[in-house]
Ligand binder design. Structure first.
Ligand code: ISL
Length: 529
């Protein structure tokens, strides 16, 4: 089947925070419908919706109670059908989030099909992603069930063929409705080792990430469901190496089209814990992205991302969100969008939205953040120290509502937003998107280049200036074409050899002349020959 997704750009919508049409403070499907022209104009090809299914929202929809219903706060199935139609009418595609490593404990399966879940008489020492143990005691049954995430997210037992069939049936139901693919939540965690045991530091990941049957199950899913439709699939896969990624994404293996890797998102942490902060070394980032560019070239396919609903805002993280916000947002976009793979833009990234700093833990809603705060304050870590971690890394940085305008609450809602709007909405908002110098318009150009230029899809990647800890430079080459990408990750001027060809795009006006070029703070420039 045609690999249309190799020239596509995906836009991720976190519905709860995108646009509220009815004033209840929660984004909804009709809100997305209102903004379809805004998305279409950006030029994105695929919209990915974070979960919109019925859920008690312990983890904002990643705890699904009913896969066949739309979450009440988000609207109705009729709204969803209208959205799908509106997306297709504009020539775009719609990808659903598929959360099948676990369900909500309020899913009827948990009561009526306990054998769809994982039970043990004794817990292991594993620690949940959201703090505490991964095991919860269920009194009636007298056993513990596994939950890698919150205790309201029991893990499904993929070794049970009936469960797998129930999942496939549900997937067919959505695909028959006309959706264009799935983003699969932690799909590399569905196969656990048959005998689970304690792990050093409570990190049981070797016993559930990329587990013994994961490829068997994905091939079965592909054969029974995915291969029957012209769709796109992306698997979210923490803890995965390029070698494993090749297995998941090589076309001949018939599993998934691409995966989300995590290594580049862990370079600013000092240990296995995401809250253990450490500044990014640019050389680490360069080396890592190079490894992935080479590792999947011709043998698989990459996703390219800086942001999603779990990550802090990239302009605050690897850029400069004070003096060079616009420049560094465009620079980061340039750095990513000339690589090989399918790029993902997370809502607000195209506006250069930033991290937020609320003083009170009461203003944070994310279960990961709230549980971490409780756990750390219990052992005596001071408020200010924990809040600093939250300001840098909390998932709520990504989840503050979209900033549409300078109206109250950024035009997101006429009510009280479920999570406070970043107070900088008066300066940073989508009203700017028509301005030819805006970050939005810059992204629009990048998306367009990918559609038109085969070199971006196929070219070889070569890192330049390997040792430089401020300049991220690389070339792409394809037949006799050459792209040279220079990105200055610092607020200092940076000299570099003038590349061949002419300037294709840059975030400053072109530096014409001879000899070396001098990159200005956070300058990005791309030459094409
Ligand atoms: O967000 C993380 C660290 O801050 C990750 O550990 C994250 O939990 C992991 O990447 C899995 O994420 C996915 O599954 C979770 C859900 O909370 C995330 O929002 C989702 O993207 C459980 O469904």
């Amino acid at each position: 089947m045609a690999e249309w997704w190799k020239k596509s750009t995906v836009y991720q919508i976190y519905p709860r925070s995108f646009m509220d049409s009815d004033g209840d403070g929660i984004g909804d499907i009709r809100g997305i419908i209102q903004k379809l022209d805004y998305l279409h104009e950006l030029g994105v090809d695929i919209l990915w919706l974070s979960p919109v299914y019925d859920s008690p929202n312990d983890d904002n929809g990643y705890d699904i109670r009913d896969y066949y219903q739309i979450m009440k706060e988000f609207g109705t199935m009729a709204d969803f059908d209208e959205l799908l139609e509106g997306v297709h009418a504009r020539g775009m595609k719609l990808v659903m989030d598929l959360v099948v490593n676990h369900t909500s404990d309020e899913h009827e399966w948990f009561k009526n099909h306990p054998d769809f879940y994982i039970w043990r008489d004794e817990p292991t020492n594993w620690r949940s992603f959201f703090s505490g143990s991964t095991w919860e005691f269920e009194k009636e049954r007298g056993q513990y069930y596994l939950h890698l995430f919150s205790k309201k997210q029991p893990d499904l037992n993929w070794d049970n063929p009936e469960l797998r069939e129930a999942v496939y049936e549900m997937m067919r139901w959505w695909l028959d409705k006309g959706v264009d693919g799935f983003r699969m939540d932690v799909i590399n965690m569905i196969s656990k080792v048959p005998v689970m045991h304690d792990a050093p530091g409570g990190d049981g990941s070797h016993q559930f990430m990329n587990g013994p049957n994961v490829h068997t199950y994905l091939r079965e899913m592909n054969q029974q469901v995915l291969s029957q439709y012209d769709i796109v699939t992306v698997g979210e896969m923490p803890g995965t190496t390029p070698k494993e990624a090749r297995e998941y994404t090589a076309a001949e293996n018939r599993e998934l089209n691409m995966i989300f890797t995590f290594e580049h998102m862990g370079l600013d942490q000092a240990s296995g814990e995401k809250w253990d902060l450490k500044p990014l070394e640019l050389t680490d980032l360069k080396e890592n992205l190079e490894k992935w560019q080479h590792g999947l070239h011709d043998e698989g396919w990459n996703s390219l991302y800086w942001n999603n609903h779990d990550q802090p805002r990239i302009v605050s993280r690897f850029g400069n969100d004070t003096d060079y916000r616009v420049e560094s947002a465009k620079m980061l976009a340039t750095c990513l969008h000339f690589m090989q793979g399918t790029p993902y833009i997370y809502q607000g990234e195209e506006l250069g939205m930033t991290n937020v700093r609320f003083d009170s833990i009461a203003d944070y809603k994310d279960i990961e953040t709230v549980n971490m705060y409780a756990e750390k304050s219990e052992v005596g870590i001071p408020h200010a120290v924990i809040m600093e971690k939250i300001h840098v890394k909390s998932r709520d940085n990504a989840r503050t509502p979209m900033q549409w305008s300078a109206e109250p609450n950024g035009g997101f809602t006429t009510g009280t937003p479920w999570l406070k709007v970043n107070p900088n909405y008066t300066e940073i908002n989508a009203l700017q998107h028509k301005d030819p110098e805006s970050i939005y318009q810059y992204y629009k150009k990048l998306i367009g280049f990918r559609k038109d230029m085969d070199i971006i899809t196929h070219g070889n990647f070569e890192l330049q200036y390997r040792e430089d800890d401020e300049l991220f430079a690389y070339t792409r080459s394809w037949n006799d074409e050459l792209l040279t990408v220079y990105c200055n990750f610092s607020d200092q001027p940076k000299a570099a050899a003038r590349p061949e060809g002419h300037v294709l795009i840059g975030n400053y006006s072109a530096d014409a002349g001879e000899g070396d070029i001098l990159l200005r703070p956070y300058e990005a420039v791309v030459y094409y020959k």
